[in-house]
Design a protein. Structure first.
Length: 112
């Protein structure tokens, strides 16, 4: 059995400049843990595969295409492939989100 605690996963440099830790990476899927401090955001980008987000902690604003919604902990959000999306933490608390990419991307995410 393979296990990993978030504290054991290395924060990886990324174009968004936020704390992003890859937790799972197989030929079928990829899972990343993202922490957005108050005022931080993920830049608007396009992912080549379907993504679903699960909010672990906090409150944030997600934009997918032309839609924008504030979401809180224990919410799952579906983000279809090739639709521009971004996250904003406009709160005073930490926002933690699991990013699940299915299937595992073969192309790079593209910033807009």
């Amino acid at each position: 059995m393979k296990t990993i605690h978030i504290s054991e996963a290395e924060s990886r440099k990324n174009p968004h400049g936020v704390d992003a830790r890859k937790l799972y990476d197989s030929e079928h899927a990829m899972v990343t843990h993202i922490t957005l401090q108050p005022g931080e955001q993920l830049k608007r980008h396009i992912t080549p595969v379907d993504v679903y987000f699960y909010v672990l902690e906090g409150r944030g604003v997600i934009e997918i295409g032309e839609e924008s919604r504030e979401v809180t902990a224990d919410t799952i959000i579906d983000s279809p492939a090739r639709i521009p999306h971004c996250w904003y933490n406009k709160s005073e608390q930490v926002l933690r989100v699991l990013v699940n990419k299915v299937p595992r991307p073969r192309e790079q995410t593209r910033l807009l």
